[in-house]
Design a protein around this ligand. Structure first.
Ligand SMILES: Cc1ncc(COP(=O)(O)O)c(C=O)c1O
Length: 394
């Protein structure tokens, strides 16, 4: 249905799409638990450690040397150059600066992607469960979502590409893939990426690939990226972030890589979204990428230990079934006897003082699951598992 004046409540005449937009169910749990310091909060997806000092120092020195002004809409050239050489090296594929736009975190990149791609009534096909915010961006633009659930099995999650392709119709504009995936830890392999790219090339569809967890992977050195197989002018947009790899969630800094022709479009949109990401954050970003490799590796090793603990201890609890997560820092698990993940997460929080995210928040295929974020210290995780055991291991 397209928007018209009669859709609006005369008392508060705002767009129907915005009125109907769901609230974040993850935030719903967090709102209930945040004011209680006794609760161990494992609902949000963020590293528990603060941004390292060498990154903070770069921002401090930028501020003190007068970097307090607007920057170009596309981001400062130093950061775009740094990201261009970082990604070209990582993926052994030339990724030129003209294809890179610095954004106010992945979230701003997602909103601009939806603004650029989605007309009212357009459809986007998404592999789910998935962190829901890009789906909401598409809905804000009055687009519709078709969700194609991953399939769980003990060794991991799988996507049936026939299901994905069958879900595309004449109104489909884009396929959205988030790999490494939040919440399941699923990683799409190179062969499937190539098949998705080939399909999208044939149909003239966009691939929107959310790769914010590209560096946080345990059983391979690097997650396959669409950037390794896409030609510079393919309709491929890769969304990235400083939040997870460099522990910078609060800085709101990310970037997108897109075909050259889209760069001026995103540049224009950024003027009307945030004008530019924060200047000191961008200087910090240059240092994070140039000098942060050891930090990234250290964090991944820390998460790997946490992943193994969660898989062994939580995965062996009597009521729990959990495919092994291969990447990101979440475990997504079912609980025998649970039929409403939101109510169960609320009840578990009251009973055990551990805050988990309800699977319902992540779309089709997630309803019967709970998500735990394990980017925490061994002490915090151990305490959370001790508290959960009487409920989940009974
Ligand atoms: C899959 C995914 N994409 C994007 C984001 C948002 O990242 P940012 O903090 O850069 O907005 C998140 C945050 O949890 C995420 O899980």
């Amino acid at each position: 249905m397209s928007e018209n004046c009669s859709d609006r409540d005369p008392a508060l005449p705002i767009r129907r799409q915005v009125v109907e937009l769901g609230n974040s169910l993850i935030r719903e749990i967090a709102h209930e638990g945040m004011s209680n310091p006794d609760i161990i909060p494992l609902w949000f997806g963020e590293p528990d450690l603060p941004t390292p000092d060498f990154i903070i120092a770069a921002s401090d020195s930028a501020l003190r040397s007068g970097k307090t002004f607007y920057t170009p809409n596309l981001g400062i050239p130093e950061l775009r150059e740094t990201l261009s050489s970082y990604m070209s090296g990582l993926y052994e594929h030339d990724i030129s600066l003209e294809r890179i736009v610095v954004t106010a975190a992945a979230m701003n990149g997602m909103m601009m992607t939806a603004e650029a791609l989605i007309d009212p009534g357009d459809n986007m096909v998404a592999a789910t469960p998935v962190w829901p915010n890009f789906l909401r961006c598409v809905e804000i633009m009055d687009g519709q979502i078709s969700m194609v659930p991953l399939i769980a099995n003990p060794s991991g999650w799988q996507l049936d590409l026939d299901h994905l392709f069958d879900a595309c119709d004449a109104r489909t504009r884009a396929i959205y893939i988030n790999s490494p995936n939040n919440p399941t830890g699923w990683v799409m392999d190179r062969k499937q990426q190539q098949q998705v790219l080939d399909f999208c090339r044939q149909r003239g569809l966009w691939v929107v690939s959310d790769e914010v967890y590209a560096r946080i992977i345990y059983d391979q050195s690097l997650a396959p990226s669409f950037l390794e197989i896409a030609e510079p002018d393919d309709l491929v947009i890769v969304i990235n972030s400083f939040s997870k790899s460099w522990a910078m969630t609060g800085w709101r800094l990310g970037w997108i890589t897109c075909p050259r022709g889209l760069t001026p479009v995103i540049e224009k949109l950024n003027e009307y979204n945030v004008a530019s990401p924060s200047a000191p954050a961008q200087y910090a970003g240059v240092t994070a990428v140039r000098d942060g490799e050891n930090f990234v590796h250290t964090m991944v090793e820390r998460y790997r230990i946490a992943r193994d603990t969660i898989h062994q201890r939580l995965g062996s609890m009597a009521r729990v079934s959990m495919p092994k997560p291969h990447a990101a820092f979440y475990a997504f698990f079912t609980v025998d006897g649970m039929d409403d993940s939101l109510n169960f997460a609320k009840w578990t929080m009251r009973k055990t003082k551990v805050g988990l995210a309800p699977g319902l928040a992540f779309g089709a295929g997630g309803e019967n699951y709970l998500r735990i974020c394990y980017a925490k210290s061994p002490e915090v995780l151990g305490a959370a598992l001790d508290r959960l055991a009487p409920v989940l291991d009974a």
